[in-house]
Ligand binder design. Structure first.
Ligand code: AMP
Ligand code: GLY
Length: 427
């Protein structure tokens, strides 16, 4: 099969490299891809959000299957546009992608179907939102923009003043554009966070190995929220008993709820969970693989990725094997100095071979924001590389990933030195 992967980050590189192992794949393409992905797939210069151009290219070039990896093309209806051209695709259609694209939609879904989540209210005006926050008078309080906001639309407010600033920024200044025209005001929850990615065909749901993201920019979970600075898998807080409980109370009920609403979800459903003292609760859904969760989850996948993806599209997931190894994996993100704020690009990257990998082996280097230049690679984004390793134990996986991360150099390189520390303490 000729397969096109849409997107250009570390997640897409991890998907490409796992698909490359599949005997079902005869041609692999990535649009737009990046400098490192070009070593593993033919890169096609079409923007991930250009739905019409992507669907036209896939049809002209006779793609058999398209994997739409990022949230924005899913929310824009790329899977629907491909279906109109007769091309099957991995990922939800536009209606089902609302589970991530609208927090009001996902919160109302959970409320209607009794899926555990933080108590909340949705507001369309700043005055009503602030009146509610003042009357409630409980801090911290969480203020969330309704729509997609690059992981920056959530503000944990410690006081009325901070809440007023967040509501004003979203609803009056329009900091996130239309995404902030509605806000969700939510109860603050505590407990360890777990990411669970799951394949689903709209009826059956098969979770992958669990993982733990590290969202803050700096060691000790300080600094601003980022897209994710590193991950480990499995997540030690997520015991087999907790997994069984989540399947019964959250995963299957969510898939059934989407079907009952007339928008069955197919593809990868990402459950962002918090294990609170009152049990597991949904913090957020994503309609796609997580980034950098994918860079630790897919390296542990032993069964065929394309077969599982096709099963979500064909409705045959119940009969399809989805198997993971019992090893551990760790991914350390190398970011540009300044990320998630402003940063410079075009810095030469030292330490990589011509294929974008480490000559010594021991890890896989997933390219997130790189460009090929002068026979080597230069930085081209906030998150530049994800250095990932798998091993029999988490300490060994972390040691290998950090050894690899240390042998790569570029001006302004920033990494967290404590990825996996909380996971190690939990064991
Ligand atoms: P999100 O973009 O929805 O994943 O939120 C980003 C981060 O904000 C999450 O990973 C949590 O750490 C935190 N967060 C979101 N909602 C809540 C909540 N209700 N209580 C506590 N923390 C939250
Ligand atoms: N790493 C979090 C996300 O992909 O949304």
């Amino acid at each position: 099969m000729k397969v096109l992967v849409v997107g250009s980050g570390g997640r897409e590189h991890a998907i490409v490299r796992k698909l490359k192992e599949s005997p079902l794949v005869s041609g692999l393409y990535c649009a737009p891809g990046n400098g490192g992905i070009a070593a593993d797939a033919v890169c096609v210069p079409i923007k991930a959000t250009d739905v019409a151009a992507m669907a036209a290219w896939a049809a002209e070039n006779a793609m058999d299957y398209v994997v739409v990896a990022p949230d924005d093309p899913l929310a824009l209806g790329m899977v629907d546009a491909l279906a109109q051209k007769g091309i099957p695709a991995f990922g939800p259609n536009r209606a089902a992608a609302r589970i991530e694209a609208s927090k009001a939609f996902s919160k109302d879904l959970m409320a209607k179907y009794g899926i555990p989540t933080a108590r909340y209210k949705v507001f369309t005006g700043p005055d009503e939102a602030m009146a509610y926050i003042r009357a409630r008078n409980e801090y911290p309080v969480v203020v969330k923009a309704d729509g997609l906001a690059l992981g920056k639309g959530v503000v944990i407010c410690q006081s009325e003043g901070e809440a007023a600033g967040a509501v004003h920024g979203m609803m009056v200044e329009g900091r996130f554009g239309a995404s902030g025209s509605r806000v969700v005001v939510e109860q603050f929850l505590t407990g360890p966070e777990v990411s669970v990615l799951a394949f689903t065909d709209g009826k059956t749901v098969k979770p992958m190995v669990s993982s733990m993201d590290h969202k803050r920019a700096l060691d000790g979970d300080a600094g601003p929220n980022t897209g994710g600075m590193g991950t480990v898998a499995p997540n030690p807080f997520y015991t087999p008993a907790m997994a069984a409980r989540c399947m019964k109370e959250i995963f299957q009920p969510t898939v059934d709820a989407m079907a009952a609403e007339g928008c069955p979800f197919t593809g990868c459903l990402y459950f962002g969970l918090m294990l609170t003292p009152d049990g597991p609760k949904v913090i957020e859904y994503n309609c796609r693989f997580g980034d950098p969760e994918t860079q630790v989850v897919l390296p542990l996948m032993e069964s065929d990725l394309l077969a599982a993806m096709l099963a979500t599209t064909n409705g045959t997931l119940a009969e399809t094997e989805v198997r993971f190894s019992a090893q551990s994996a760790a991914c350390v993100v190398l970011a540009s100095g300044g990320y998630p704020g402003s940063y410079e690009t075009g810095k030469a990257i030292a330490g990589l071979g011509p294929d974008g990998q480490l000559p010594g082996g021991g890890c896989t280097v997933y390219h997130a924001g790189t460009r090929a230049e002068g026979g080597g690679f230069v930085t081209a984004g906030g998150r530049v590389l994800g250095v990932s390793a798998a091993a029999g134990t988490l300490p060994d996986a972390l040691a290998a990933a950090y050894a690899g991360a240390g042998s790569i150099r570029f001006e302004g390189k920033h990494l967290r030195t404590d990825i996996g520390r909380r996971a190690l303490e939990a064991r």
